[in-house]
Structure formats: structure tokens, C-alpha cells
Design a protein around this ligand. Structure first.
Ligand code: HEC
Length: 120
């Protein structure tokens, strides 16, 4: 009996921590976005920044899918820490991206946080 109790306790714990760790997503298609409630308070500002800067040329769907699947949806390249950094630099170089170095840096740090949370 006791063993079953411990087992079900462990299972519940695992399920809860998974639900806790993953960044939730809401909406579909063009409306797809990260759920702000599951983003840690210290990253709220970066999330707001990303929500303004990164939806100029395409919707957030692209970023959400890249984080969720670990694969960049257009090129099919792995979307990991290295790719995030490379993508940040690429954005910075785009003449019409309207982002400065600090903004890119903040978003890169934020994307790495999202990747880390989703990998748990
Ligand atoms: C100036 C327009 C523009 C802005 C601003 C922009 N993107 Fe993009 N994004 C593109 C284009 C164009 C592509 C298609 C592939 C490419 O050129 O890299 C793309 C592709 C992507 C992809 C898929 C990459 C792949 O290799 O499949 C992701 C993820 C992404 N963008 C995230 C972001 C994030 C995060 C931001 C904010 C930091 C952002 N984008 C801001 C134009 C933009």
C-alpha cells in the first residue's frame, strides 16, 4: 500500500513539474503566442520587447514553433543556443529590423531562457 502511495506521489510530482517548467502557448496560426502567465517576472520586459520587435515581418508563430520543436520552421535548421545567437546577429544586420544591440541581446537572452524552460 505504502509503495503505491509513494509511486503515485512521484508520478504526480513529475507531471506537475513538467507542467510548471514548460512555457505555455495559446492561440493558433497567426495568433499563436507564448502565454504571458507562464513567463517568469524577470523576463516580462524582454517578452514585451519581443512582442513589438519580432512581429514586424512575420507573426510570433514562427518563433513559437522554433522554440517548441527545436527546429527553425523556414530553413529546418536546429534552433538551439547557437542558432539563437546567429539569428540575433542576422536580425541586427537586417537594415529594416529597427533593433539596436541591447534589444537584440535582451531578446537572445530571453529566447535562451525559453529554450531552457522547454527542455526541462
Ligand atoms: C526585418 C524583418 C524581420 C524582423 C524584424 C524579424 N524577422 Fe524573423 N524572419 C524574417 C525573415 C525574412 C525570415 C525568413 C528566413 C530568414 O531570412 O532568416 C525570418 C525567419 C524567422 C525564423 C525562422 C528561421 C529559420 O531559419 O527557419 C524565426 C524563428 C524568426 N524569424 C524569429 C524572429 C525573432 C525572434 C525576431 C525578433 C528578434 C524576428 N524574427 C524579427 C524577417 C524578420
Amino acid at each position: 500500500m505504502k509503495r503505491y502511495f509513494i509511486l503515485s506521489f512521484l508520478i504526480t510530482l513529475t507531471i506537475c513539474s513538467l507542467a510548471e517548467a514548460r512555457i505555455k502557448v495559446s492561440g493558433r496560426g497567426a495568433k499563436m503566442n507564448f502565454n504571458p502567465d507562464s513567463i517568469s517576472a524577470e523576463y516580462k520586459e524582454s517578452f514585451e520587447l519581443m512582442s513589438i520587435k519580432c512581429i514586424k515581418c512575420h507573426t510570433m508563430e514562427r518563433t513559437v514553433i522554433a522554440i517548441q520543436t527545436g527546429r527553425a520552421p523556414i530553413t529546418g535548421q536546429p534552433f538551439n543556443r547557437q542558432a539563437v545567437k546567429a539569428y540575433g546577429i542576422k536580425m541586427l544586420r537586417k537594415p529594416n529590423s529597427d533593433m539596436n544591440k541591447k534589444e537584440i541581446r535582451d531578446i537572445v537572452i530571453f529566447l535562451n531562457y525559453l529554450l531552457k524552460e522547454n527542455a526541462n
